[in-house]
Each structure stands twice: as structure tokens, then as C-alpha cells.
Design a protein around this ligand. Sequence first.
Ligand code: ADP
Ligand code: MG
Length: 467
Amino acid sequence: MQEIWNAALRDLQTKVSAHNFETWFKKIRLHHCEERRAFLEVDDDFFKAWIEDNYMDLIEDALRGATGESMEVVIDIEGSFDGDDEELLEVEETRAAARSARIDGQTALFEFTAPPVKDLQELVTEAGMNPRYTFDEFVVGSSNQFTYAACQAVATTPAQTYNPLFIFGGVGLGKTHLLQAIGVEILKRDPHTRVMYLSSEEFMNQLITSLRKKDMNTFRNQFRNDCDLLLVDDIQFIGGKDSTQEEFFHTFNALYQSGKQIVVTSDKSPKELPGIEERLASRFSWGLIADIQPPEIETRVAILEKKAEADGLSMTQDVAMLIASTVRSNVRELEGTLIRLGAQAKLMGTRLTLDFARTMLKRMNLDTRRQVGVQEILRATASHFDITVSDIKGPRRTRAISEPRQIAMYLSRKHTNHSYPELGRRFGGKDHTTVLAACKKLEDLVATGDNDFARSIQELESILFGR
Ligand code: ADP
Ligand code: MG
């Protein structure tokens, strides 16, 4: 029985990112199979809901692949499938009772909470946050939905779901936005929460000032006793700053032990952070580590449309498509480009038409070539060499297949922003070193110029980009 689940897991591993796999799938346990149903156990309700909302199809597919028949998946939290039916019923009833008690508790709490003295906007600004950075203003797509959901869970039930929550990802992808959205939401729910938002650099500066004034007590009280929610942006900055790390370590412990929520953002995962002490890095992994990837084209279009609407700028969808396929790397640049285009259109008294946008983007030295994805590259390469996409993704190593595979890897690395490991996965679960080797080899061959590889690549690029 375990065999079946192991086979399904191997299949799932090739279909989701390594990070998702570690976070979710590896932690699912098969409890038992009965007729054509697989009973799976997970740790908690958030986990269960997340899998149910996002991955049921994928899991059912994987099980079908492993068993050769269609299987229904039943997922629940640990212990739910133990014992006989009557006990099961009892577990359900107790849980339902607990849920309604929680809801009652909440209503009671709201009734007796004194009216806030300040409005939300004031509270948010005083905490050093931007009132615009809310969950509502954040556009969710597959690149960020996991982190978004985790942040919402933390904002709804602080210190109960994931503590600490560690968010990482590249520049301008919405880390600060989501971090503050947690703060804003918590203040909205309970204006009396003492929210501390700051960057790790500010933490260090305050520490230095307190040391200079010989007033460490105030500093420590502020962070360890007078704080219910600590939001620390850009933790990577304290890498290599030993006394700041030491102080942060104790702050972390004090807050954690008194059941306060901590959320941290970073440009790298805890394991990859340079100059961070092991004991701190390991604490970052106690709760949940969530990553944000660059948004896909659909999400970029949605973000542009949302921003345009908020700024009262009218823009057609083809203009949004053009901007979204031109500016690919991060959301901050995407926003910046839209603002500039809007301002220029206004200045010149014209509407933001497709032609106007294209001319302006060219003038900004932005490349308005169309964007291609790995899938498109795979298809074009396969048909060019008269093989199939499955051949490229498959294990065979004959030259007729391995050479086109290397070319497709090279093109994908050059024209998309996926990492080597991510490309390995998209090529049917190859090791990242394989992708790396292919890219290196072809870079050299392209540089030399006069060979079949370089010619094929040129032809494929002209097919893909119409040049
Ligand atoms: P980071 O902290 O990761 O560098 P920010 O949170 O500062 O990025 O985001 C940069 C800008 O892009 C902000 O104005 C933010 O509101 C916006 N932004 C990023 N991601 C999204 C999104 N998914 N939806 C809406 N706006 C976003
Ligand atoms: Mg930031």
C-alpha cells in the first residue's frame, strides 16, 4: 500500500516545484486504502484546506498513474481515520462544537472591545506601514498564491498556524506588500495589537543608538515586552552583523516563547542566506517557509489592470498585454512603466493606445519582442527536429534526441527567467547540473558561430520571435 503512495509521490515530484513538494506533498501520509479510496492524513486544517483547494486533481492523477485505476482521495487531519465509525463521528462532533465555540468567542470579543481611539489609517501609518498594502490590493496568481494564503492564515490566527512565517523571493515581487498586509489586517481585526514593523537595517540602527545611549533596557522592552506582532523586512541585511544577530536571536526567542507572531522576509531562503548563524537560520525553519516567484504573464496583466483602475487610467487589454510581455522581471518595474506611460499620455494629450505604448516602450529602450515560455520552446524545438515533446522530456539519450533537448534547454534559459533546477523539472525531472552543462556547451558553440548547433538555434529563434 505504501508502495502505491511512494509511486504517486515520485510522480508528483516531477510536477510541482521542489519547494512545494517539500512543504506539502512530502508531509502527506497515506493512512489506508479502501476499495477505490485513498485516505490521506495531514497535520492541520490549513494544510487540509490548501491541499483540497489546490492539489486534489494532481494527487488523484498521480494515484491513477500508480494504481492504474481511478482513485478518490479523502484527506483529513491526523487521527481522524483512526478507530471505528462511531469514534469518527465523535471526533467530528467535538470538532464542530469547538468550531462554534470559537465563533461565539469571537463575537463576544468584538462586542466587548472598546471602540478604537484612532482610525485604521492612523494606526497603520504610525506603525510605519503603507495603508495601500492590503490583501485586497494584492493580485493573486500561481506564483504567489501559496505565500498569500499563508499570510492570510497568519493574519487571521496569529501565532497559531505558522510561527515564524518566513517569506522569500526576488526584488519587487511583493514581499513588503504582503508583510504589511498582515500588519494592516491584524490592526483591522484588533486595533489594540502592538504591531512592530521595521527592516532589519532599522533594527540594527536602533540597536546601535541604544548601545550608544547605554539604554538597552528601553530597546529590549520595546521589542520583547511591548510587541505582539513583529514584522521584520529584509532580514538578509543582518548577515555577517554578529551583534545585531545576537540581539535579534534573543528578541526572537523572547517573543516566540510568549506566543507572539513573528514574520520575516528575505531575498533568499534561510539555507542560502550568507552570514546568518546556524541557530538563527534553523529557527526560521520552525514555522513555514514560503517563496514568491516572478508572476506569469496572466498575473502581470491582472496587476496592470488593477493599478490602472486604481489610478483612473483607461487602458485596453492589448496595451496591458504589451506592457506585461515587455516588462517581465518584477512588479515594481511593471508598475513604474505603467505610471510613466500614463503620465506621458496625459502630457501629450493622447489616449494610451497600442501604438502610443509601443513607441514609448521603444523609447524607454524596452524590448517589445513577444515573450515565449518553456512550453512554446519545447514545441517549436520538437517540431523543428521532427521528434515529440515527450522525447525531449523523456530519458532517452540518443543524439537525435539529446541534441534537440540541449538546444531547448539553452533557449529556455536564455529566453525565460527560470532557474536551472526549475528548468530541470520542466524538462521531465532532469537534474539541474544537466541543464547547466547543456547551457554552457551551447553558449560556447553559439559564440564560435559556424556549426549546426548555432544555425539551429538561429532558425528556432526566428521561428519563435518572428525575426
Ligand atoms: P519586494 O518587497 O518583494 O521587493 P514590494 O512588496 O515592495 O516588493 O512590491 C513592489 C511593488 O509592487 C509594490 O508597489 C507592490 O504593491 C507591488 N506588487 C507586488 N506584487 C504585487 C501583486 N501581486 N499585486 C499587486 N501589487 C503588487
Ligand atoms: Mg521589500
